[in-house]
Write a protein that binds this ligand. Structure first.
Ligand SMILES: [Zn+2]
Length: 421
């Protein structure tokens, strides 16, 4: 008999963790953080018989607690080389900016590199006496994977975050997945339909060009991993860097360096290389002031104007109607970005700003929407049983209901719930 325990990411986004036990061996998929204050992690697992840890992708809600596990176990970490390098970057940054104590040391972060067995997509690896794992491209960010685990004659798929639609940065998730008995699926946008990708890209380009033509500066607050690079590729495709300066700030610079080393995970390595060469890298506050003065497009973290250099730019661009601030991701309620969309008055670092710059949103999602999600899940052969996780509570329920309407068995697990497989 085998057992699967949902350690986190149940009716929530954050602290992903899935623990499989069979006989005297065990296997862990993801071990992430949730940015509460202080940060929360899944409950600690027994590590004595842990055969391996598999990581779907670098985002900290999946990877943020991995050093805690590796510090207690000699088990290998299986992920793509891009995920390994991006995780190291994100974990070091998290450690640097963390205010509360973390359940691992700075030195433990190096174990991600030391214990990693870089894994290619589609490669099947036997682990211990009872497990076997394979990674499939998830199309979410470069290097992202769905983790397939074989145990006790059953195949379980952990989708991680996935996007079936290709973007300018990522090839879409693997089509035609093999037969599975159980699928643990993300539900992030189970209640949302995205406009066509090309329409969103066109809208973004139109907003950027309108601002530049009237002599304004465009601020695009964006996540450092994935979104910033995608914006760079979209602007590159339209030939904008030849006409206007494009600036890049924050950790996105380090992410570019990692991705240049791993071109095999990119939709178009040549286009990305061109975009990286043409972008102007910001080093300090003097560069920031000059960039705003000269005008152009500034891509800077954080994506919701909370932390990162985007706040410094926001202070400089907010009061001129010629400028625009373009939000390119979902804005979590309560963040400065969400406030900005709702009222044009925004409190950043305790100060209230009245915004005269134009504010627009062009949401470039890196997750499948409800249609794309259902379409991909229903095509997985083997009539698998579904567990819907990684979404607001209502989204997890909505996905389970839609699957049940299609005569599939679906369940929304609670934190620390265990099921027999
Ligand atoms: Zn993610």
């Amino acid at each position: 008999m085998s057992q699967l325990t949902f350690l986190g990411s149940c009716r929530e986004i954050g602290r992903s963790g899935f623990f499989i036990e069979h006989s005297d061996e065990s296997f862990l998929v993801d071990y992430g953080v949730k940015f509460t204050e202080p940060p929360s992690f899944p409950d600690m697992i027994p590590t004595d018989e842990l055969q391996a840890v598999a990581l779907t992708h670098a985002h900290l809600d999946h990877s943020g607690g991995i050093p805690r596990i590796l510090a207690k176990s000699e088990a290998s970490l299986f992920c793509t080389p891009a995920t390994r390098d991006l995780s190291l970057l994100l974990l070091r940054d998290m450690y640097k900016i963390s205010r509360g104590p973390l359940p691992f040391t700075r030195k433990d972060i190096t174990l991600v590199k030391r214990q990693c067995q870089a894994t290619a997509y589609e490669e099947t690896i036997p682990l211990g006496h009872h497990f076997e794992t394979t990674l499939f491209n998830a199309g979410h960010i470069p290097g992202s994977a769905m983790v397939s685990v074989r145990v006790n004659g059953k195949r379980i798929l952990f989708t991680g975050d996935f996007n079936a639609t290709e973007s300018q940065l990522n090839p879409g998730a693997r089509k035609n997945l093999p037969k599975h008995d159980i699928v643990v699926t993300e539900s992030t946008y189970a209640r949302r339909i995205n406009p066509k990708r090309e329409e969103i890209e066109e809208g973004l380009i139109d907003s950027v060009i309108e601002t530049l033509e009237r002599g304004g500066t465009v601020l695009i607050p964006a996540f450092a991993v994935g979104r910033s690079q995608e914006i760079m590729c979209i602007l590159e495709k339209k030939g904008l860097p030849q006409k206007y300066p494009i600036y890049l700030d924050g950790m996105a610079r380090g992410v570019d360096e990692v991705l240049v080393k791993h071109p095999e995970y990119l939709q178009s390595p040549q286009a990305f290389q061109r975009a990286v060469k043409r972008v102007r890298v910001i080093h300090d506050n003097r560069d920031r002031t000059n960039a705003v003065k000269k005008g152009g497009v500034i891509i800077s973290p954080a994506g919701m104007l909370k932390g990162g250099a985007s706040y410094l730019y926001f202070k400089m661009v907010h009061d001129d109607p010629k400028n625009s601030i373009i939000l390119v991701s979902y804005q979590i309620p309560g963040t400065p970005g969400a406030e900005l969309l709702a009222s044009r008055k925004v409190t950043v670092s305790g100060r209230l700003f009245e915004v005269k710059a134009e504010v627009r949103q062009h949401h470039l999602s890196s997750h499948s929407d409800s249609r794309g999600m259902l379409d991909m899940l229903l095509k997985i052969p083997g009539e698998p049983k579904f567990y819907c996780i990684h979404g607001e509570s209502e989204s997890c329920d909505a996905l389970a209901e839609r699957l049940e309407k299609r005569k599939r068995v679906a369940h929304v697990p609670e934190v620390n719930e265990s099921v027999e497989i």
